[in-house]
Structure formats: C-alpha cells, structure tokens
Design a protein around this ligand. Sequence first.
Ligand code: ZN
Length: 53
Amino acid sequence: MAGTQQSASRSHCWTCGFEAPAGSDRWETIDVVSLGTMTRCPECGSTNVSSGR
Ligand SMILES: [Zn+2]
C-alpha cells in the first residue's frame, strides 16, 4: 500500500467548510425544479457544495 492514496470521494461546503463523504446522508438533498437534486449543507444551509466528483 505504498504510494497511491485514493481517498473516498468527499464533498465539502464552500461556505462554512463542513465536510462529509459524497452521497452520505449527513448531507441534505433538495429538489430544485430547474436543476434537479442538489446537495445542501446541513450546517449552514448553503447549496454551494463541491460534488466529490
Ligand atoms: Zn455549510
């Protein structure tokens, strides 16, 4: 296990810095009519969240 360090994909909130695995149920999801499902930060309510991919 030398060398490659492949972390599980994580998402983080650009607004408050909250971080959790992408797709984890720690994130809230909301449905937006024009955009589909978005991830929302449970800490600050921002949808400005990096998608782990
Ligand atoms: Zn946040």
